[in-house]
Design a protein around this ligand. Structure first.
Ligand SMILES: NC(=O)c1ccc[n+]([C@@H]2O[C@H](COP(=O)([O-])OP(=O)(O)OC[C@H]3O[C@@H](n4cnc5c(N)ncnc54)[C@H](O)[C@@H]3O)[C@@H](O)[C@H]2O)c1
Length: 414
């Protein structure tokens, strides 16, 4: 049987990571790439890794005609435009079996709703890529603790964090293009993960009802004159004029619809984690049991002394967003697997082959967007947002945070 073929839209950071992830997936080839920049390089990389012989296409339409499924791995601000092109391609006869979209589904609830509506027009299965829910460590703790959970009751509290020292491209830093700062970019992961681990074993991902959201956003490091200047020079974004948060934290309360039991998920995210490199941290506490995941607890440590440091190269191949080239360093030998990319591709393909949505579909992505936007609303208003209030739900549908509007100073400088 021939391999299932994927087409990537976008050829930057995540497209490269997902290409690497394909090394761990059987029966799937990267067969096409369309991107404004970097498509040839990505195609060459895929060939080198032996994960396909991708062709570079000049349009979304051409790409869609030549692959089994497409993945939107382009920046947040291009989602709607690209999804519309996929819809047009399908209407023109492209025989796709599924559509994948990276997090976040939308920069606002309205955008995420639009993405879902566009996907509906194609009648095709969808997969929302939230890699952390596929992490082997997260899945293994669920399996391991399932009998304990059955005896003692589900987890009651979770803490989730994703932190690093700041994104690699200017558009991430620009709240008007990205949709906000670290909350939109990374709290979407931690919010999803917190919700998932609290969910009773075997229940659907949206089983627990989100009841309320408290949150704070702050500009701590990158608002200081020295770092503002650095950011302007390196990324072309002026945080004196259009600031975004480099720190976000919050608390989401959930309710079990059958028992009425409340549970709480804390999230904390920053772009000022000036320690070694990216760290994902998750913790869950239940009655009489707990789990903890720390992606910086690697079994591999290396040491590079001052005299040897000049010889060190490509520290990012050791650990995502690595900040140092010397001293005691950790290496994560297979980050694509560690962070769940391998498993999310496997899941999407397996489901698309059966004509089904991935484990996480666009409708789920919309729910995560709602929670993120409720967090912005909570931080902006200095209030707990009551998600059971129909008026709030209605407001969220048209809400765009001040930070995303480029008016972040009104929130972050007050
Ligand atoms: N799950 C994760 O851990 C994770 C990590 C990084 C990024 N992401 C998400 O992936 C997406 C892409 O991020 P990235 O870091 O790869 O960005 P990037 O800037 O590194 O790469 C973006 C790519 O998209 C291309 N592109 C830009 N506009 C386009 C358009 N209109 N049409 C076609 N191609 C276009 C660029 O040329 C480039 O090849 C974002 O939505 C981001 O949130 C997810």
């Amino acid at each position: 049987m021939s391999n299932f073929t994927l087409g990537f839209i976008g050829a930057g950071f995540i497209a490269k990571f997902q290409t690497k992830a394909l090394c761990g997936v059987r029966g799937v080839d990267l067969a096409g790439v369309y991107a404004l920049k970097g498509a040839q390089e990505l195609a060459a990389y895929a060939k080198k890794l032996g994960v396909g012989q991708p062709k570079v296409y000049r349009s979304v339409a051409e790409l869609c005609k030549n692959v089994d499924a497409v993945a939107i791995f382009a920046p947040n601000f291009a989602r709607i435009e690209l999804m519309q092109k996929i819809v047009d391609a399908v209407k023109a006869g492209a025989a796709l079996k599924g559509i994948i979209c990276e997090k976040p589904l939308g920069r606002t609830v309205a955008e995420a709703e639009q993405l879902c509506a566009l996907a509906k027009q194609t009648k095709l299965p969808t997969a929302y890529f939230e890699n952390q829910l596929y992490m082997k460590a997260i899945r293994a703790q669920l399996e391991q603790l399932a009998p304990v959970q059955k005896a003692m009751g589900p987890l009651l509290m979770s803490r989730s964090a994703e932190e690093h020292s700041g994104p690699h491209e200017g558009w991430f830093w620009d709240p008007t293009r990205q949709g906000g700062g670290v909350l939109c970019d990374m709290a979407c992961h931690s919010i999803a993960c917190g919700w998932y681990v609290l969910t009773p074993y075997g229940k659907p991902v949206t089983y627990l009802k989100p009841v309320s959201v408290m949150a704070e956003t702050a500009l701590l490091k990158w608002g200081q004159p020295r770092w503002r200047k650095d950011l302007l020079k390196r990324m072309g974004v002026d945080y004196g004029k259009t600031p975004a948060e480099d720190y976000a934290t919050g608390l989401i309360t959930y309710e079990n619809p059958e028992t009425g039991q409340k549970s709480k998920a804390q999230f904390t995210n920053s772009w000022m984690f000036d320690k070694r490199g990216m760290r994902l941290f998750m913790e869950g506490l239940g009655p009489g049991y707990a789990f903890e995941v720390n992606t910086q607890a690697s079994p591999l440590e290396i040491f590079i002394g001052d005299q040897a440091a000049e010889a060190a190269s490509d520290v990012e191949s050791a650990l995502e967003k690595s900040t140092a080239t010397r001293g005691l360093l950790i290496v994560e030998p297979n980050e694509a697997d560690l962070y769940g990319y391998v498993d999310e591709i496997e899941d999407a393909v397996a489901n698309f082959k059966k004509g089904k949505d991935g484990f996480l579909n666009f409708a789920y992505g919309l729910e995560i967007t709602k929670l993120c936007q409720a967090a912005y609303m909570a931080a902006e208003r200095g209030q707990t947002i009551d998600l059971t209030d129909p008026k709030i739900q209605q407001e969220l549908r048209t809400y765009k945070s001040l930070i995303a509007q480029g008016r972040g100073g009104e929130v972050l400088f007050r």
